[in-house]
Write a protein of this length. Sequence first.
Lengths: 249, 246
Amino acid sequence: MTTMTRAGTAVRFEHIDKSFGHNQVLHDIVLEAPGGATTCIVGPSGSGKSTLLRCANLLEVPTSGRILIGDEAITDPGADVDRIRTRVGMVFQNFHLFPHHTVLHNVTLAQQRVLGRSREEAVQVARKHLESVGLSRLEDRRPEQLSGGQQQRVAIARALAMDPEVMLFDEATSALDPELVKGVLAVMRDLADRGMTMIVVTHEMRFAREVAQQVVFLDQGRLLEAARPADFFDTPRSDRLRSFLKQVL
Amino acid sequence: MDGIQHVLDTFFDLPLIFSTLPTLLKEGLLNTLFLTVLASVIGLVVGVFLASGLMSRRLVLRLPCRWYVDVLRGLPHILSIYLIGQGLPLAGLNVFGSWTYGYAALAIGLMEGAYMAEIFRSGFQSVEKGIVEAARSLGLSRAKTMRLIVIPIGFRRVLPALTGQFILVIKSTALVYLLGLATGQREMFAIAQDTSSNNASLSPLVAAGLFYLVITVPLTYAVNAWDRRMREGRPVATLPPVEAAA
C-alpha cells in the first residue's frame, strides 16, 4: 500500500446539538476524527449516528455547535456549502447512483459540473477510480444492471473522483446481500490504508476493530465512549456499551 | 334497405370521403400537427416553470402557480380557448398580429401547461430524496441538481403521462375551429366540418376521425413500448459478460 503524501484533514465536532422540532437527537457531541485515520461510529438504531455523520457535510445543519474540516468552520453563517461538500465525499446506505446515467457518467458528472474539469480529464480520473474499485469493465452499464455491491463501489468511485479530503460512510454495507459486503469493505479498507480521513457509521464490528484507529459509541444522541478499537471492544467502560457489544458480537 | 343506405350515405359516403382526402391530408393533417407541436412546446415550457413554482418553498412563487393550475384545469377548454384566443386580439393585445395560429397555439399551450405542470410535479417529486442528497453531497448546487438530476429523471418517469397529454393536445387542436380560420389555415376538424355541412353528410368527419386515430393510437403504443424499454434498460444479451460480483 502506498501512503498518501497529503497530511490528512481532521474533522472536529464541537458541542453539537441537533433537534428535529421538539425531538433532540444529538446532545452536546464533542469528537475529533483525526486526519488520515478511520473513525468508526457504532450504536443502536436511532442513536443519532447517521445524523451526526450527515452534519459533517451539512446535509443536516446542527442546531448549535461548530464543525471544523481542517481549519474551516463549515457551520459558520455564510459558509460556501457547495464548495465545502467538494472536500467531503459521502457514501450512502442505498447507493443513490444517478439512474439515468451510465456508470462512467455517474463518476464524471460532478467533476465536470462542479470542479469544471474537461470531459477528457473527468473520464481519465473516473477510469482510474473505477479501476481501483474493480469495475472498469462495467463503465457503460446503467446502475440498475449492477449488483448492490457493484453499485456501492461505483458510488465510492463517484465520491473519490472529486478528490475529497474526508470520506463519510453511512452504513455503506447495510443494504447489501451478505456475499457482497466483503468487496465493499475491501475497497474501504484499502482507502483507509492509503491514509484517507474516514468517518464510518457501521454495524460491521470486525471492520471497526481491524481498520479503525478510533471507535465511537453513540446511544440516545449522546457520545458515551470514544477509544482505540482494542480498548473499545476488550475493556468497555460503560454498562451501556458492554450490553450493546454483548448483543452485536 | 333504404334505412341501411341512408346510414351509409350519412357516415360512409365513399366518393365524398375520397374527394375530401387530398385536402384533409395536405392541408388539414399538416396544420393539425403544426398546431399540436406549437401548442405542446408552449405547454411543456409553461409546465416546467409552473411545476418548479409549485414545488417552491416560497409562498409568493407557489401560490400564483397553484392558482393558475387550478383555474385553467377547472375551466371548460372551450371557454379558455375563446377567452385567450379571441380575447387577446379583441382586447388590443395583438401579439401575433392577425396570425390566428399564434393565438390558437397560445390558448391551447397555456391550458395544457396547467395539466403538464401537475404531471411534471409528480415526476420531479418522485425522484428519491437520497438521489438529491447524493447530488448535493457532490457539491452540485440546488439549481444544478434540479437541472441535471431531478428534471431529467422526473421527465423520463412521466413520459407516458406526457404522451397521453400530447394526445389530448392533438384532440384539442380541433377546438381552434371556433376562432375562425382562413381557408389555408384549416386543420383536420375544420375541413371535415365545412365539407360535412356543405354536403349534408357526416362522412368527411368520419374520415377525419380515422386520421386522428391513425395518429393517436400508434403513438400510445409506441410510447408504452419506449417506457417499458427505459424501465428495463437495454436487453441484457447485448452486453458483455459481467465479472464476478465481489
